[in-house]
Design a protein around this ligand. Sequence first.
Ligand code: PGA
Length: 254
Amino acid sequence: MRKQIAAANWKMNKSLSEGKDLLAEILNSDLSIGQNQEVIFAVPFPYLMETQSMIGGKSGMFISAQNCHHKTAGAYTGEVSVDMLSSIGIQYCIIGHSERREYFAETNSMLLEKVNLCLAKNITPIFCCGEPLQIRESGTQNEYVAVQLNESLFQLDADQIQKIVIAYEPIWAIGTGKTATAEQAQEMHAHLRNVLSARYGMEIASKISILYGGSVKGNNASELFSQPDVDGGLVGGASLIASEFVQIINALKK
Ligand code: PGA
């Protein structure tokens, strides 16, 4: 079975001590993490190393960056490169979150550069796609997300694409409390898998984990994750509350 993943996205929240308390509480909880499951914490840059040492190689657990720069090195004050992440042993990086696309003007072609840099350093991109409300209302969401995949991922070869995790996050559901229904999520995830299959074939498409993101909570995770093409979640708000995130981890398909 494909990898089932619960990924926390802390965004720009928590002090270091608050973050460590949160992580410690989760690590000390009654977690059932199976063979095919992973738990990932995307923490702010300054916390990467300390949180990484807290999880200390626990099987199935990883720390992720929330972003990286699309150039390798140089005069980019304030930015963090993929090489830097690699040099501290980071294995995952969120790429193209809708907040980065919207507030920091990240384009599909910039994301393509980031994906390439990550893969060259064995960092797994958690590649985000998803449509804004007006696109959903116009009924063109399927075409919209297909373009996002096409322009940022489809230059990858068959080996590389299998190293990507995709997160479908409808923008209208992020931080709004308005979750996509399990049927809406399944419909889109199946579509994304078909788009992947049209480019790479179903054998490869069926190996790629597609996470759902957008107001995933402890009490809706099981229903969402039980859908055949929903392979876990990318979780913002609810990942900041230990008991909620533990419930979400334990809702992953076995
Ligand atoms: P949310 O955020 O769970 O708070 O809706 C999800 C995300 O933006 O990754």
